[in-house]
Design a protein around this ligand. Structure first.
Ligand code: GAR
Length: 208
């Protein structure tokens, strides 16, 4: 059984999708053992507590240097015996120490079809604002491994979602979550926990 540690910062709807998938028996090879938040007021912490999952808070601003924060987060994740780390709306950039310590063991969910609308500055609602500004007709979500390039690691799963006339960033965000993020993130986690993702360089192969 793999230990899954989920990192969050906000509402935690992706965390909820993972908990729901786990409760439905869809994540057979792993268990969510801890939720770590960058924000002590994140509603995601309440979701974890409601489901009997241990919680921790680690704030970037409590460390005077980024390297010290990076080292503390790495230690925290090692102390939790994390086999898989899931970034579910985690809004703090990860440092190289934690990324190297958990190579191809950190999965992020991004609310667009990478390589569109990704990289530094593209997070949360901003991604959907940029997609609407560009006028794309199709957007979606991407589950990928994290490497040292922002949103540049091996892609595991993607799902497309149609943009509709009159969409606001909020409406589009909700549709992308419902139709793509909440489906592909639990699926990617389940595949990882069953050792069904083979990584070669920057590509992955699902061995189902
Ligand atoms: C989600 O849409 C997630 O894809 C996005 O933040 C939202 C968090 O919502 N993540 C990023 O933009 C990362 N670059 P949630 O807290 O309800 O899961």
């Amino acid at each position: 059984m793999k230990n899954i540690v989920v990192l969050v910062s906000g509402g935690g709807t992706n965390l909820q999708a993972l908990i729901d998938a786990q409760n439905r028996g869809e994540i057979t090879g792993g268990k969510i053992t801890c939720v770590v938040s960058s924000n002590p007021d994140a509603y995601a912490l309440t979701r974890a507590q409601n489901n009997g999952i241990a919680t921790e808070v680690i704030r970037r601003k409590d460390y005077d240097a980024f390297e010290k924060y990076d080292a503390a987060l790495t230690e925290l994740l090692k102390s939790k015996n994390a086999d898989l780390i899931v970034l579910a709306g985690f809004m703090t950039i990860l440092g190289s120490q934690v990324i190297r310590a958990f190579e191809n063991r950190i999965i992020n969910i991004h609310p667009a079809l990478i390589p569109s609308f990704c990289g530094e500055g593209f997070y949360g609602l901003r991604v959907h604002e940029a997609a609407l500004e560009k006028g794309v007709k199709v957007t979606g979500a991407t589950a990928h491994f994290v490497n040292e390039i922002c949103d540049g690691g091996p892609i595991i799963l993607q799902k497309a979602v149609a943009v509709q006339n009159g969409d606001t960033p909020e409406v589009l965000q909700k549709r992308v979550m419902e139709q793509a993020e909440w489906q592909i993130l639990p699926k990617a986690v389940a595949l990882f926990c069953e050792d069904k993702i083979k990584v070669t360089g920057n590509t992955t192969e699902i061995t189902e």
